[in-house]
Design a protein around this ligand. Sequence first.
Ligand code: DX5
Ligand code: ZN
Length: 223
Amino acid sequence: MESSPRVKLAPSILSADFSRLGEQVAEATKAGADYIHVDVMDGHFVPSITVGAPVVAAIRHWTDLPLDVHLMVEAPESQVDQFAQAGADIITVHIEACPHIQRVVQKIKGLGVKAGVSLNPGTPVSTLNEILSSLDLVLVMTVHPGLGGQAFIEAMLDKVACLRAELDRRGLATELEVDGGITAEVAPRVVRVGATVLVAGAAVFKSGQTVKEALEKIRASLG
Ligand code: DX5
Ligand code: ZN
C-alpha cells in the first residue's frame, strides 16, 4: 500500500508576538513547521484588521518555508497581485467573498502562486463542485473566521470527511487544510477524516510552552 504523505503543520502567526514577528517566524521554522500561515483580515469580511502585503514581504526574509496566505477580505482579486509580489507561495480566498471565483483562481495561478479556496463553517462543500479540480488547496474553516483561540466546531469533521471522499473520488491530490481550534487533542481526529494540512495559532504561540514543544506535541498526537 502507498504510504500517505506526511501531514503538514502550518503555525498561524495571528497568535504570535507581533512585536517580534520575524523571530517568531524563524522559531517556528526551526521547530519543524511546514508552512507559515498568515491571516489577512480587512475589517469588512471579518470585523478585525490584521496585516497586509508589507508584513508578508517582511517575514519573507525570516523563513524559506512556503508562506500560506489566508485572505479574509472582500474583493480579494484586487489584492492578490500585491501578496504574490510580497512572496506568498499559496494564496487562499474565501468563496463567500468571490462571485467570480473561477476568475480569481486563474488570476492567482497566473501569478505563479498556488491557489486555495476557503469555506466558512456554514458554506456547503457543494459550492466547490465546479472549481475543485482547479484548486491546489481547499481550506475548511473549523471556527468562524476572524479570531484566534476559538473552540473547534465538531460538525466540521463531517465536512472534512465529505471533501476527502470527493477529492479521492476525483483522484485529486489537492491539499485539504483545516483552520481553527486545532490542538493536539483535535489534530488526530481531523487527520483521521482526511485533513492534510493543520493550521494552529493559539496551540503553537499561546500554549505556555515553547513553539518547538508545542509543535512537537501536535506532531506526536498524530502517532
Ligand atoms: C481565524 C484564522 C486562523 C486562526 C486560527 O480566522 O483564520 O488561522 O489563526 O487560530 P487558532 O488555531 O488559535 O484557532
Ligand atoms: Zn487562517
